[in-house]
Design a protein around this ligand. Sequence first.
Ligand SMILES: Cc1ncc(COP(=O)(O)O)c(C=O)c1O
Length: 382
Amino acid sequence: MIISKLPNVGTTIFTRMSQLALETGALNLSQGFPDFDGPQALRDAVGRHIAAGHNQYAAMTGLPVLREQVAAKVARSYGRMVSADSEVTITPGATQAIFCAVQALVRPGDEVIVFDPCYDSYEPAVELAGGQCVHIPLALPGFVIDWQRLQDALSAKTRLIILNSPHNPSGALLSGAELDQLAALIRERDIYLISDEVYEHLVFDGAKHASILAHDELYQRAFVVSSFGKTYHVTGWKTGYVVAPPALSAELRKVHQYVSFCGVTPLQWALADYMAEHPEHVEELPAFYQAKRDLFCDLLVGSRFSFSRTAGTFFQLVDYSAIRPDLDDLAMAEWLTREQGVAAIPLSVFYQAPPKDLRLVRFCFAKREETLRQAAEKLCAI
Ligand SMILES: Cc1ncc(COP(=O)(O)O)c(C=O)c1O
């Protein structure tokens, strides 16, 4: 009998809910991916590069032209000049980037602070490195960091803190002032950061994303992770990147070169072309997704769900207390999928110890207008 290294890991809730949606024919507002395609010019570019023979291994650190595009975007968006050679690494997805950063840093016995509700890939990566996650619940209702709890959780064993802003599943944003507070808290300690910023361009109502890349002090000890999949509506391409100071990038690359060696070559070429030709794409993203959020929320105003509009990401949390207070959120997500024809993700799965009486589920609004209208019609009929 094999003794599992990850005894607590099963099939993720995202796979399970998407599968259930498929089986039942429900509209899938569960897993976080668009039901529309990425830009035509971007998709065409892949075919062009495959035809042109760009089909062999890329450089281990990523295609130089793509790393240069990332460096240029970092300068435009956050005012930081980073070296495309020594500070930018292209990876097969943000998940792999996070995995490599964790393996590069965490040793047996180390503690890693994560904030619940938290993305599900962090903890298995830490466990495989021999470390242990210390879960700190974000304070409700705003899903904000409880600074006292964070301070109390810090110890000589704390090696790493994993941040995620804009935050999946709540959509909450960290502010520049909060980053300053974090800097003050860890200034005298030997603690590193992974900043999961895959939703960096999905911020609404005129807000500005407070990236670690814009924070001089915190950047010095950070791996900042993003995902082309999220930004260019091509999640199945599994292509992402990490920006980190040279010494940290060098350690990350030691792991990355033995996990995958490099990302997929023609996809990197296509992304580099598209980024060069369409720098406006990222600037237009907030308005693009805000329109989807507002359409979905305006329609849901007629429902018995209660919610406040998400500040970032393409997720909307809704409270269903007025509809089925008798159901916990796992049962509610299943009921919504099987009986009401709309798949959702329960919130408790993002917690080590979910708050009692949590009555929230998450919908993904990265969907075509007709999908959102059909889903809202079903949800309003409940
Ligand atoms: C917070 C967060 N981090 C990372 C990822 C994974 O990104 P990628 O598909 O590029 O691995 C996701 C995808 O849902 C996410 O929500």
